[in-house]
Design a binder for this molecule. Structure first.
Ligand SMILES: Nc1ncnc2c1ncn2[C@@H]1O[C@H](COP(=O)(O)OS(=O)(=O)O)[C@@H](OP(=O)(O)O)[C@H]1O
Ligand SMILES: [Mg+2]
Ligand SMILES: [Mg+2]
Ligand SMILES: [Mg+2]
Length: 349
């Protein structure tokens, strides 16, 4: 299976969604943030991005069995209080489609937009094909004006077969811990991978793609690591204890979203550590695209017991304690350090 058509559609969908998100992030006002029942901030751009990705995939790949597992649903928008937001989303989606110029479709109505958002209600699973979408990963980073990603992957028979990560604020140059950033850094990266075909990165403005690879270091002392910006999402104490055991000298690089997987795939750092508090259930859309981007770049993604991530069980990942990503040489050392740190401080999560 080549998945060429699917990859082209996924790149187009994520790039258009990134354009919509960039526009909103620029104009972001406090009033764009709505309280959702789980209290996470959700923005006009979250819904707009999901509607747009769903619209593009359905247009580019007509199929009777379109299935999308996505983070958002239209529940809040269908309430009377959501009408104004829905109008704004509909305008944003239509403006983005018109500006792109490659679709000859009538203007989408609010009902069309609700339908597109809710076509993401699939539960996924181990049979058939399912698209997996996080319309904005790193919502907190988005609201802060920092890193976020549009993360789209395709599962076929329970395996991730392609992934695209659009990272509108990620510099095209390395963001490793030993590098000073300048405000002149060009930003906006699109990472994409297909099973067996490697990982590539291009600028969101459309430069030609370059093949990327994870760091090849086998020296843990020179391996810098990524972790969540938000300490509530991943224990910074535990990763600091692991880093100490490994002799890592550089300070952690804390950035939001699956942009961490993208940065890791091109060797900006060598390790990604994620340790949510006990009881937190990871969702497939937070890792599917990032996972293939890193593995196709030569890396390994595993849980704290060294098991590969299993995306075939529906919306949730069923895993042991946390998520680790690094290169093949460092993984055994990393797993040992993780085991020891968890034994030293069993209540750290
Ligand atoms: N308590 C808790 N623990 C672990 N993870 C959580 C938690 N709460 C939320 N989330 C998910 O984390 C996603 C954001 O990714 P990151 O943690 O990598 O970025 S960040 O540094 O926190 O911004 C974020 O994705 P988005 O909701 O798409 O932003 C969440 O799905
Ligand atoms: Mg969320
Ligand atoms: Mg997310
Ligand atoms: Mg999200």
């Amino acid at each position: 299976m080549s998945y060429d058509k699917e990859l082209a559609a996924a790149k187009k969908a994520a790039s258009l969604a990134a354009r919509l998100c960039q526009k909103v992030q620029k104009a972001l006002l406090q009033s764009d943030v709505q309280a959702k029942s789980d209290k996470s901030p959700v923005t006009v751009a979250d819904y707009g991005s999901q509607a747009l990705v769903s619209f593009v995939l359905e247009r580019e790949l007509p199929s009777d069995s379109f299935s999308l597992v996505a983070e958002e649903d239209s529940g809040d928008l269908c309430k009377a209080s959501g009408q104004e937001t829905l109008q704004r989303i509909t305008k944003l989606v239509n403006d983005t489609i018109v500006n792109d110029g490659s679709f000859s479709v009538p203007t989408l109505t609010m009902e069309d937009v609700l339908r597109a958002i809710d076509s993401g209600k699939s539960d996924g699973g181990s049979h058939g094909r399912h698209w997996v979408l996080d319309p904005i990963d790193g919502t907190k980073g988005f609201v802060r004006g920092d890193q976020y990603a549009i993360a789209l992957a395709l599962l076929d028979e329970g395996k991730v077969v392609l992934g695209v990560l659009a990272c509108p604020n990620l510099p095209l140059a390395s963001i490793g811990s030993n590098r000073l950033h300048s405000s002149h850094d060009e930003v906006g990266c699109l990472f994409f991978s297909k099973v067996g075909a490697g990982t590539y990165m291009q600028s969101l403005d459309g430069s030609s793609p370059i093949k990327v690879n994870v760091s090849t270091t086998d020296n843990s002392e020179e391996a810098s690591f990524f972790e969540s910006f938000e300490a509530a999402h991943s224990s910074h104490d535990l990763s600091s204890s692991i880093a100490k055991k490994l002799g890592v000298k550089a300070p952690p690089v804390r950035i939001d979203s699956q942009a961490k997987y993208g940065a890791l795939s091109r060797g900006d750092g060598a390790i990604y550590l994620r340790f949510p508090r006990k009881g937190y259930r990871e969702k497939i859309w937070d890792h599917a695209a990032g996972c293939i981007v890193v593995t196709e770049a030569g890396g390994v993604v595993a849980d704290a017991a060294g098991n590969p991530l299993d995306f075939s069980k529906g919306k949730y990942l069923d895993l042991d304690t946390g998520i680790l990503a690094t290169n093949q040489k460092l993984m055994p050392l990393l797993l040992k350090a993780v085991r020891e740190s968890l034994e030293d401080t069993p209540s750290s999560l």
